[in-house]
Write a protein of this length. Sequence first.
Length: 178
Amino acid sequence: MQLIDDKIYSLISSHISINNTIIMTFISHFGDAISVVSIAVAAIILLRNKKDAICIAVNLSSVTLVNYILKEIIKRPRPNILRLIPETGYSFPSAHAMVSMGFYGFLIYLIYKKVNNKIIRYFSMILLSLLILFIGISRIYLGVHYATDVIGGFIIGLIFLVLFLRYVYNNKRWKREV
């Protein structure tokens, strides 16, 4: 794992500059708690479907809780490299990567299912997919995560999303209860 972490960090860190740091810090903020909660609240307010609104709240709180539990179990220290922003807590799995995959991935699913305009649908899906990818890259660039933290966060976030869609969102009991 150390070899993978070193190689990827070396590749990404070779692009460190003031302008890139500003851009990566900006992108990283889309994975911060304040940003995802704000986006979730906005989506809940804008949605007319009660089930979707409830599921957005359940999705975000659940993926965040699972991430916290995993960090407390694994307790991997953060990288001891050039940190371009301050960060505390444990490193694995990257909360930004995991929560972005679980939360923005759910928004992608909702857009795919609910938006009829193909141009808006696919543009939004591509934009959110790129956001997820670049949030992960930004965490490595900023020196606050190993590449394997981000990759692990993406994988666990994707597993979470699949399980959430299958057992929560697409659960047939929703149709009777909501």
